[in-house]
Design a protein around this ligand. Structure first.
Ligand code: CP
Length: 314
């Protein structure tokens, strides 16, 4: 077995992971999928505890990390609303992570402020895994999920045409995903957002520096027929003014008449929650894999990450 370089590591940004480590995560994720589908109980992480400290609402990331730890036989400290902790009394982030470092073997944290995860990793004495950071930050474990989903569907990532539409200004999942896709040669990226919500300058510069073939558009209909992957994002109301939300909400709504313009082999992804940017009629379209694959993969990927960071052998 090759050396597990993720043992004891923090995962804050997707670029914390090398291409070899991404390959190791994909390999371990396949093993975790087989483990879950076998219905056999696992004790891989028996005796280990995960503290899930969520300073922002979450259903999938919180639920899948908790499920992942429990499916591997580990224990959990599940705090999905930090306002019910001593944070409400004014405890600092530094002191909170010091505290949970004493109780847990790994901290999984979601936080609204970019930079908070870096502070947490500095003060924690156990590994810290980001569960999503800020409007402008990253969501590396979601990107690993999305990459795994693409890899397993097509049997490759190289050379695919990926179209991402929606609020690209406030989307931490796609911030991480496009950087991750840049690891793969021959990727074509079409990034489509309404006026006022383009990808961040830092992300654009990253793609330029990595010489990724990408273009930005205001409309997606002309690029839809070429896409292998359509990744839809919601407009993030919680991170913008009411005025900007009014102007941008509903800019893109994917319905079956549009979905049918896509290749038969293409897939439609969304990291969820979905509001109304994908018509519910699309859920039954063969291309739609957000409920049928992407959600399940988020469990397998987080099992893989926890087992690699905590050192469970597989
Ligand atoms: N995809 C995702 O991060 O969903 P939650 O906000 O529900 O965790």
């Amino acid at each position: 077995m090759t050396k597990n370089t993720l043992l004891g590591r923090d995962i804050i940004q997707i670029t914390d992971l090398s291409k070899d480590e991404i390959d190791a995560i994909i390999q371990r994720t396949r093993a975790m999928r087989a483990q879950v589908l076998s219905k056999e109980a696992s004790s891989l992480l028996a005796g280990k505890i995960m503290a899930a400290l969520f300073y922002e609402p979450s259903s999938r990331t919180f639920g899948s990390f908790v499920s992942a730890m429990q499916r591997l036989g580990g224990g959990i400290i599940p705090l999905n609303d930090m306002s019910h902790t001593s944070v409400s009394k004014g405890e600092t982030l530094e002191d909170t992570v010091r505290t949970f470092s004493a109780y847990a073997d790994v901290i999984v944290m979601r936080h609204p402020d970019v930079g908070a995860l870096t502070i947490a990793a500095k003060y924690a004495t156990v590994p810290v895994i980001s569960a999503g950071e800020g409007a402008l930050g990253e969501h590396p474990t979601q990107a690993c999920t999305d990459l795994f989903t693409i890899q397993e569907h097509f049997g490759r990532v190289e050379g695919l045409n990926v179209l991402i539409i929606g609020d690209l200004a406030h989307y931490r999942s796609t911030n991480s995903l496009v950087k991750l896709l840049a690891y793969y040669p021959g990727i074509t990226l079409s990034l489509v957002s309404p006026a006022g919500l383009p990808i961040q300058k830092e992300v654009r510069e990253y793609l330029q520096n990595k010489k990724v073939n990408f273009r930005e558009y205001l409309d997606f209909r002309h690029v839809l027929p070429d896409a292998d992957v359509l990744y839809v994002t919601r407009v993030k109301k919680e991170y913008m003014s009411q005025d900007l939300y009014r102007k941008t909400h509903g800019s893109y709504i994917l319905d079956n008449s549009l979905a049918e313009k896509m290749k038969k082999s293409s897939i439609i992804m969304h990291c969820l929650p979905r509001i109304d940017e994908i018509d519910t009629g699309v859920d039954m379209n063969d291309r739609a894999i957000y409920f049928s694959k992407q959600l399940q993969n988020s469990l397998y990927v987080r099992m893989a990450l926890l087992s690699l960071v905590l050192g469970g052998n597989q």
